[in-house]
Every structure is written in structure tokens, then in C-alpha cells.
Write a protein that binds this ligand. Structure first.
Ligand SMILES: [Zn+2]
Length: 504
């Protein structure tokens, strides 16, 4: 059999279109940017694909699939991954696109491209930037198939689907199957290149932006849908099923949940299953996420949770400023409330490069008086004056320079970069033991639930005011009426219109 060459790359960022902060090349450089031989080493067995974040992710899974067959060569291009944030600045997007083109040209003839995208990226002045990336790749590689993995919070559109040949989404939320999805998508690409399968696809798009309860895959509301997809794939004709639950703060005019099914040369079956999944998704549309507490109510809950505090800690999800969903991480609202709770020990993060600059040359133990917030998104995050003691300074890779301020009841972790407080290590690495706190603030919507399992005895979601409030998405422009923002009786008319492209 002729040798197959498959190039692989990642360009991933989840965009919160409401954030005024722009994503620039430095954000990728600081967080995750690898290429060539170094990328290949990271993705090889025993390597660490995304240092500080994930040992193995999609590209390691793809490499495993390649390693299991003879005659396939994996050609590393580059992997660029940034923390969720505002839209990509135009020059940042252009630089990434140009690099993809340049490296594909330099790679020589290839038979396929394996691409990791998020699926909910926005860039200034570029509608559907991920479709544009794929089209740019297509212009270099011609008919060679493009296989793409996406986050299940992607916004699937006709443009994205038409720009590639295969799409496989995460099947867990919180996401813990990056590697497996990469592996399965890689296998599928190899099998189709060898002519062992002939992928045929169908999809549905729903005028549904919020529903499914917590949307956690293993909880009662969503479990039947994820179970059904597994069951569908027991049929050898069914190659992959995806259910997308959207990133709702996205500048995507046709936003909505969607389904996508790949079958082996059986378009009718793909249509039937994509349709069935869409009906199931519409069936859970009225299960809303739980109501989040006000800061005051959340603090009262922490106070009452004596056993939880005695045996561990309580996590407070700052649901209005979720860095993991693209917020700036500079909200002072919850910090202000916690400063008033003088009977509790709280840990909280904030992004504030100005404060880092102001305290960096001070000695440990110095008394500092600074204004936090009010810099990146001053309208939503007004400045707050605080006084305290400088406890620690640390130069970190994922968060830039970090300083810990003791503000009395609140130990404040000030970061230069995005404070993705999602894992206990965010605090432990700067000398704060979560077990010693009554409550710790996290800036992640779901993943912290897994990472904090050994530490937190209770999780409380808090709503103050910010770009990751569910109702904040009402400020974005959409083409269609969307459940639950408007009354929508049926999903099929919108689906039909969108798939036919009448709206474009
Ligand atoms: Zn996601």
C-alpha cells in the first residue's frame, strides 16, 4: 500500500464576543504554541501535549491512531491554543492563517489534514473564521480530506461543514475525552483514506441556545442523549455521532444546538439519526440551568456549610466572570462581597497587570494599597481600592507574573494573564492550601467540578454581573428567534432555512 502522509495542526480558541479584550499572538505564545519536532515529541507516547493543561489531548490521540497502522506518516505543523477570551485581533487571525498556509506548503504533498479547532472562534472583521482557516488549507491541499475535531460547545454552521470532510466533537461535559476524540477522528480519517469506509454526513441545527439543565453529560437530563449516541455507534454503519450544545456568548448569527452524524456510505441513515438526536435535544430545551445565587446568598450558604468547611472547602463559581468561557477575569464584585465576610477565609483570583507592575518591586511583607479591576472592562468591572500585605511573588508559565495579597479575610491571587482558576494547583502553586480556606473562588463553569473533587465538599454558583451571565447573550445579534429568549414552537423551520443557506 502506498504510504500516506497526514499533516496535523491545532488552532483553538473559544471566543466570548461580549468581552472587549482582544486575543493577540502573545496570548497563544504564553499559553500554548508548539511546532515541528517539539510538537511531535509532545504528542508522542510519554510526552505532554499541552504542558500545564493536559498531558494528552486530541493530537496525541491522532498520533496513537497513526501508530497503530503501517504506512502512515504524521507530519507535524503547529499547535496554537489560547485561553478563552474576546475575539482574535485581525492581525492575530491573519498570522495564524498565514502560518497554516505556509507550513502546509512547506510540508510537501500530503494526503490528508487532521485539524483541531474549537468551533466557537470569532475574529475581528472575519465572519466564520474557522471556515476561513479550513478554506485556506483547502486552497493548498486540494481534494485531500480535512478531518476536524471540535469542542461540543462549537457552533456548527453550513460554512464550517462544507469546509471540511469529517467533524468529531467531544462527547463529555465537563470535557475529559480530548484524547479519545482525537484517536477516533484520526482512525476515521485513516480508514477513509485507505478506502475502508466512505463517510457520509448529516446534520441538524436548532434554534436553541439554552436548555438541558446543567448540560453535564452524566446527569439525568443529558444522560439519555449521550447514551443514545453510544448505542447508535454500536451499528457498524454509524461512524461518529456529535451533539453540540453551543457557546452562547458567540458572535455567530446562526447560533444554536446542533447534531452531526457520520455513517459509512449510508446518507439516509445519517439523516434519520441526526434528526432523531435533534428531536431528543429539543425535548430537553425547557430544563433550564439552576438559578445562581447572589453573592450575599452564596456567602450565607458558605456560612451554613459548617461540615463542608470543616472537612474541606466550598468552591464558589464566579459564574459572571468565567475565564474558561472567555471572561476577562477582572471582576471585583464577588471579591468585594467576600471582603465584607470577615468571619470567613476566602481565596479569590483577579487579573490585573497594573497591580502586578505596582507591587513587583516591593519586598515580601510590604503593606500595599492598590486599585484592583477597572482596566480591561471598566464598565462591567469598576475599580476597587484594597489594602493588604504582599505575601508572595511568582513568575508562572500559564498566568504570567503572579502576586498574592493578604487582604484580611481574602487572600487575593493577582495574575498578569488570564486567571484560569480551575484546578487546585492554581492556589497550591502559590502557597495557598484550598483545604485551609472556607471558600475558594473558581473561574470555570464545569471542569472545576472534577479537578476539585478531593477538596470541595460543596460547589456554589454565584451570579453578580458580567459577560458570562446567560442573559448577557441577549445583547448579541442573531438571525433567528431562539429558545428560551423568544417563544419558538418548532425547530424544523429554522433548521431547514439554515441548512439550505437561505439566511446567508
Ligand atoms: Zn467546551
Amino acid at each position: 500500500m502506498a504510504r500516506l502522509r497526514i499533516a496535523y495542526a491545532r488552532i483553538a480558541q473559544e471566543t466570548n464576543a461580549l468581552s472587549p479584550v482582544r486575543t493577540v499572538m502573545a496570548d497563544f505564545e504564553r499559553t500554548h504554541l508548539f511546532a515541528g519536532a517539539e510538537l511531535a515529541r509532545n504528542c508522542a507516547k510519554g510526552g505532554e501535549e499541552a504542558p500545564g493543561f493536559l498531558k494528552n489531548a486530541e493530537l496525541s490521540g491522532f498520533i496513537k491512531a497513526v501508530g497503530e497502522v503501517d504506512g502512515v506518516e504524521a507530519v507535524p505543523l503547529f499547535s496554537a491554543w489560547a485561553v478563552p477570551n474576546g475575539p482574535l485581533a485581525a492581525d492575530c487571525f491573519e498570522a495564524l492563517k498565514a502560518r497554516l498556509v505556509r507550513e502546509l506548503e512547506a510540508a510537501g504533498p500530503i494526503d490528508g489534514l487532521f485539524l483541531v479547532l474549537h468551533g466557537a472562534m470569532n475574529a475581528d472583521g472575519v465572519p466564520e473564521p474557522e471556515a476561513v482557516l479550513m478554506a485556506a488549507a483547502r486552497a493548498v491541499i486540494g481534494e485531500a480530506p480535512i478531518a476536524v475535531t471540535m469542542d461540543l460547545h462549537a457552533n456548527l454552521t453550513r460554512q464550517k461543514i462544507e469546509a471540511c470532510d469529517l467533524i468529531c466533537a467531544y462527547r463529555t461535559n465537563p470535557h475529559r475525552d480530548h484524547f479519545k476524540v482525537g484517536y477516533r477522528c484520526g482512525q476515521l480519517l485513516i480508514r477513509s483514506l485507505r478506502g475502508e469506509v466512505k463517510p457520509t454526513r448529516a446534520w441538524r441545527t436548532l434554534p436553541l441556545i439554552l436548555g438541558g439543565g446543567t448540560t453535564v453529560d452524566f446527569l439525568p437530563t443529558m444522560r439519555p442523549l449521550f447514551k443514545r449516541m453510544k448505542q447508535m455507534e454500536k451499528d457498524p454503519r454509524v461512524l461518529y455521532c456529535s451533539l453540540f450544545m453551543v457557546h452562547l456568548w458567540n458572535d455567530s448569527r446562526e447560533v444554536g444546538w446542533s447534531t452531526h452524524v457520520i455513517t459509512d456510505n449510508d446518507p439516509a441513515l445519517a439523516e434519520r439519526l441526526a434528526d432523531e438526536l435533534a428531536d431528543m435535544a429539543w425535548g430537553v430545551k425547557d430544563v433550564m440551568p439552576p438559578e445562581f445565587k447572589s453573592a450575599e446568598a452564596a456567602i450565607a450558604t458558605v456560612r451554613k456549610a459548617r461540615l463542608a468547611r470543616a472537612t474541606g472547602t466550598v468552591t464558589l463559581c464566579d459564574a459572571s466572570d468565567v475565564v474558561g468561557a472567555g471572561a476577562a477575569g477582572e471582576s471585583p464584585h464577588l471579591i468585594k462581597a467576600l471582603l465584607g465576610a470577615t468571619d470567613l477565609v476566602s481565596y479569590a483570583p483577579i487579573r490585573d497587570a497594573g497591580v502586578i507592575e505596582a507591587v513587583w518591586d516591593q519586598p515580601i511583607g510590604a503593606q500595599v494599597s492598590v486599585e484592583i479591576a477597572g482596566k480591561l472592562d471598566p464598565e462591567r468591572n469598576p475599580a476597587l481600592a484594597v489594602q493588604g500585605t504582599l505575601l508572595r511573588k511568582e513568575a508562572t508559565v500559564p498566568f504570567g507574573r503572579v502576586a498574592v495579597l493578604d487582604l484580611g479575610p481574602v487572600k487575593l491571587v493577582v495574575t498578569e494573564g488570564q486567571p484560569l482558576a480551575m484546578k487546585p494547583a492554581f492556589y497550591k502553586d502559590v502557597g495557598l492550601d484550598p483545604m485551609k480556606a472556607d471558600c475558594v473562588v473558581v473561574k470555570s463553569l464545569f471542569p472545576f467540578l472534577l479537578y476539585f473533587l478531593p477538596y470541595h465538599r460543596r460547589a456554589v454558583y454565584v451570579k453578580t454581573s458580567g459577560v458570562t451571565d446567560f442573559d448577557a447573550a441577549r445583547d448579541l445579534a442573531f438571525d433567528d428567534d431562539l429558545h428560551p429568549f423568544q417563544q419558538v414552537d418548532a425547530w424544523r423551520p429554522t433548521d431547514r432555512k439554515r441548512r439550505e443557506g437561505a439566511a446567508s
